[in-house]
Design a binder for this molecule. Sequence first.
Ligand SMILES: NC(=O)c1ccc[n+]([C@@H]2O[C@H](COP(=O)([O-])OP(=O)(O)OC[C@H]3O[C@@H](n4cnc5c(N)ncnc54)[C@H](OP(=O)(O)O)[C@@H]3O)[C@@H](O)[C@H]2O)c1
Length: 225
Amino acid sequence: MTEGLILTLAVLGGTGKQGPALAYRWARAGYHVLIGSRTQENAEAAAAALNERLGGEIVRGLTNEAAARQCNIAVLTVPYSAHRPMLEGLRPALAGKVLVDITVPLGADVTRASMPPAGSACLEAQEILGPDVQVVAAFQNISSVHLADDQPIPCDVLVCGDVPSAREQVLHLVEAAGLTGWDAGPLQNAMVVEGLTSVLLGINKRYKTRGAGIRITGIAPPRKE
Ligand SMILES: NC(=O)c1ccc[n+]([C@@H]2O[C@H](COP(=O)([O-])OP(=O)(O)OC[C@H]3O[C@@H](n4cnc5c(N)ncnc54)[C@H](OP(=O)(O)O)[C@@H]3O)[C@@H](O)[C@H]2O)c1
């Protein structure tokens, strides 16, 4: 976390599987966390469940719009079918911010990589939001099976984005969530990262497991600061 400044993170669509798991890990690491939902009621219920687990009134529940307005960094955790409408609606609220997009554009057969015309969900997000928002891809290859645990996770996270300082901020969030992050270059590379999720889902199916992930080898993990 940047010294002297506690960032506020908004987890948009944070009431499902990935959102609360990430929110819990970041709240535990000392970030201010807002849970966003289409309804205030759902957001408050998800925040209350997290606060009970955290043992304090740490997380707040808001509508997606209010959470996006009040945060420094937003994290989008919705199914691909909700991706475009959410981003179109939140564009003004997200202006000037970093958006971490974890979306995977899964088709009917989730084990076959399938990218939208923009090239990937993250490239599509950047197209929709324009240059005012710095879109960063992360967390596509980590299963909710692991994230929901309380433990550090032996799985790596590839972080792609066109602005190096934004990638750096997200690498800190990855570390705060108990994972190892790697700077994986420009946002264009998100098509590989998003597509890799279908490979992992295929491996889960073939080997009858649930939490296949990735690990970068041939290099020591980046030094934690
Ligand atoms: N689950 C995994 O293991 C996993 C792993 C890697 C990547 N991902 C990616 O992460 C993203 C989130 O996955 P998830 O499993 O957490 O999703 P999820 O549980 O199915 O949904 C998350 C939240 O999205 C909101 N939502 C659903 N439909 C919506 C719509 N039409 N419009 C606006 N909001 C809507 C809902 O919140 P409200 O009803 O409260 O608004 C819901 O609680 C997906 O893109 C997925 O591909 C998932």
